[in-house]
Ligand binder design. Structure first.
Ligand code: NDP
Ligand code: OXD
Length: 312
C-alpha cells in the first residue's frame, strides 16, 4: 500500500475525503489528527487546515502538503514548515462560487437598502429610501485571483460598474483594472462598495487601515471575505463612527472565533458572519487533490502550487 494520507483539521472528521480517496485509489491508509496519526514516518500526503505549528516538520517522509483552504496563510505562519516539501492548495469551484455569492449578497443588500427596510418594517413604517442608480454604486474587488476574478465577472454580469486591483497587471472582460501601489488610490477613489479578497501576506497585512478608508468615497461600504489580518479593527471602527464607512460585512477576523464583547458584535452597521463566506466542499475540491496525489506519486509536476516566498 502507498504511504499514508493524513487529514489534519480539527474542524471536520475527514470522512468525506476518506471515501473519495477510497473510490479513487482503493484501500488506503487514512489517518486523522483527531483519531491519532500513529507512526508519522508513514505519512506521505498531509491535507491540512490550521495544523499545529511544527507538526508537519515531524513527518519525515512527507511528499506533499495540501491546504484544505484556498488561503494558505494558516500554513505559511508555521516557521518550521518543512523546506522542500511542495505546498499545493485546493482549487474548489464550489467554494469560489460561494465567495462570489457572499459578495453579491451583501453588495445588493447594501445597494437596495434592505437593512433600512427591515428596520422600517419593525417600526411598521412605509418609507421608500432614496433611489440610487446601479451605475452609481461602483464595486471594487481587491485581489483578482481565482476568487476575485469570479466575483468581479459576476458583478459585471449584473451590470454593475466593476473594477479590480491586483499586484500585477490584468485584463478582464468588462472590469476596469488597477494594479500595484500606484494604482491603489485611483482604484479606491472610484469604489463605493469595496470587496476584499486578497490573500494575507507580509505585504497585505493591515492594508484595510485608516489611510485606505479615507481614500474611499464618503459612505463607502466594506465587505471583507479575505482575512481578518487585513483589517486594522480600530481604524475600521473609527471610520464607521465618522460615517466615512457606512457599514461593513465581515466574515473573517483578527481573532477567530470573534471574542465575546468585541465591538463588532453589537455594532448596528456591521454584519458578522463566522468565516463561512466560502466553505471547502470535498465534492468540488477533491478532483484536483486526487489528481495531485497521482502526480506526486508518479513524479509529475503538481497543480495549484503555492509560492511560499510571495505568500500565496
Ligand atoms: P489567489 O492567490 O488566486 O489570488 C490572489 C490575488 O491577490 C491575486 O490577484 C494577486 O495579484 C493579489 N495580490 C496578492 N498580493 C497582492 C498585493 N500585495 N497587492 C495587490 N494584489 C495582491 O487567491 P484566491 O482568489 O484563491 O483567494 C484569496 C483569498 O481569499 C485567500 O487567500 C483567503 O485568504 C481568502 N478566502 C477566504 C475564504 C472565506 O471563507 N472567507 C474562503 C477562501 C478564501 P496577482 O494576480 O497580480 O498575483
Ligand atoms: C479558505 C477559507 O481559505 O476557508 O478556504 O478561508
Amino acid at each position: 500500500m502507498a504511504g499514508a494520507i493524513a487529514y489534519i483539521s480539527r474542524d471536520t472528521d475527514g470522512l468525506h475525503w476518506k471515501k473519495i480517496f477510497e473510490t479513487a485509489f482503493g484501500p488506503i491508509d487514512f489517518r486523522t489528527v483527531k483519531e491519532g496519526l500513529g507512526n508519522t514516518d508513514d505519512i506521505e500526503i498531509a491535507l491540512a487546515w490550521k495544523p499545529a505549528p511544527g507538526l508537519l516538520a515531524t513527518f519525515k517522509n512527507l511528499k506533499m502538503i495540501v491546504s484544505l483552504g484556498m488561503g494558505v496563510d494558516h500554513l505559511l505562519i508555521d516557521e518550521k514548515l518543512p523546506a522542500g516539501v511542495p505546498i499545493t492548495r485546493i482549487m474548489d469551484d464550489g467554494l469560489i462560487g460561494q465567495m462570489s455569492e457572499y459578495a453579491i449578497f451583501f453588495a445588493l443588500r447594501h445597494h437596495r437598502d434592505i437593512e433600512k427596510y427591515a428596520a422600517s418594517q419593525r417600526a411598521g413604517t412605509w418609507k421608500p429610501e432614496k433611489f440610487v442608480d446601479t451605475i452609481d454604486r461602483r464595486i471594487g474587488v481587491m485581489g483578482l485571483g481565482t476568487i476575485g476574478q469570479d466575483t468581479a465577472g459576476k458583478f459585471v454580469a449584473l451590470g454593475v460598474p466593476t473594477a479590480g486591483w491586483s499586484r500585477t497587471q490584468k485584463t478582464l472582460p468588462g472590469v476596469e483594472t488597477f494594479h500595484g501601489a500606484d494604482g491603489l488610490a485611483r482604484f479606491l477613489a472610484r469604489t463605493d462598495i469595496l470587496v476584499n479578497v486578497l490573500p494575507l501576506t507580509r505585504e497585505t497585512r493591515g492594508i484595510l487601515d485608516a489611510k485606505l478608508f479615507a481614500a474611499l468615497p464618503k459612505g463607502a461600504y466594506v465587505i471583507n471575505m479575505g482575512r481578518g489580518g487585513h483589517v486594522v479593527d480600530d481604524d475600521l471602527l473609527a471610520a464607521l463612527e465618522s460615517e466615512q464607512i457606512s457599514g461593513a460585512a465581515l466574515d473573517v477576523f483578527n481573532t477567530e472565533p470573534l471574542p465575546a464583547g468585541h465591538a463588532y458584535w453589537a455594532h448596528p452597521r456591521v454584519q458578522v458572519t463566522p468565516h463561512v463566506a466560502g466553505s471547502t466542499n470535498p465534492r468540488t475540491a477533491s478532483p484536483g487533490v486526487v489528481e495531485n496525489i497521482k502526480r506526486v506519486r508518479s513524479g509529475q509536476p503538481l497543480l495549484n502550487t503555492v509560492d511560499a516566498k510571495s505568500g500565496y
